[in-house]
Write a protein that binds this ligand. Structure first.
Ligand SMILES: CC(C)(COP(=O)(O)OP(=O)(O)OC[C@H]1O[C@@H](n2cnc3c(N)ncnc32)[C@H](O)[C@@H]1OP(=O)(O)O)[C@@H](O)C(=O)NCCC(=O)NCCS
Length: 100
């Protein structure tokens, strides 16, 4: 859970899933509207990457719709890099990856 001054502000963390036929550990986030734009997702993503390192994971990925520029920026702030274009849930997505 992401908190802002003690109030619920969203969720972020690690999730096991499949993407483009590959089993992955996904880094995902969502911040409630009023709390956006203050760096919360970026800080939560960096904390999730630190948790992934503690868990000795080999890599994490994240994916989003190509025009979700805020989410793509959060991926970059957490150290992930563009891997490739994929189709997910029948829609074009961009896949980012960080090898740990
Ligand atoms: C995407 C989301 C998590 C970002 O949360 P946030 O707390 O506002 O993110 P941050 O403030 O940490 O960082 C956002 C970054 O994107 C940048 N950004 C925001 N809108 C942008 C745009 N339209 N174009 C380019 N960059 C943009 C911000 O400038 C910031 O980068 P910076 O720190 O270098 O200035 C939030 O908007 C959200 O929950 N959206 C709906 C759910 C969603 O899309 N989840 C992700 C699904 S994969």
């Amino acid at each position: 859970m992401v908190e802002d001054d003690g109030a619920f502000a969203g969720r972020a963390g690690l999730n096991t899933t499949h993407v483009a036929g590959e089993p992955v550990v996904e880094l995902a986030w969502a911040i409630v509207g009023p709390a956006r734009g203050r760096g919360l997702a970026g800080r939560a993503a960096v904390a999730a990457v630190a948790a992934a390192r503690e868990l000795e994971l080999e890599e994490v990925v994240s994916f989003t719709l190509p025009d979700n520029l805020a989410s793509r920026r959060v991926m970059e702030k957490a150290g992930l890099a563009f891997d490739r274009d994929i189709t997910h849930a029948g829609l074009p997505h961009v896949l980012y990856r960080l090898r740990l």
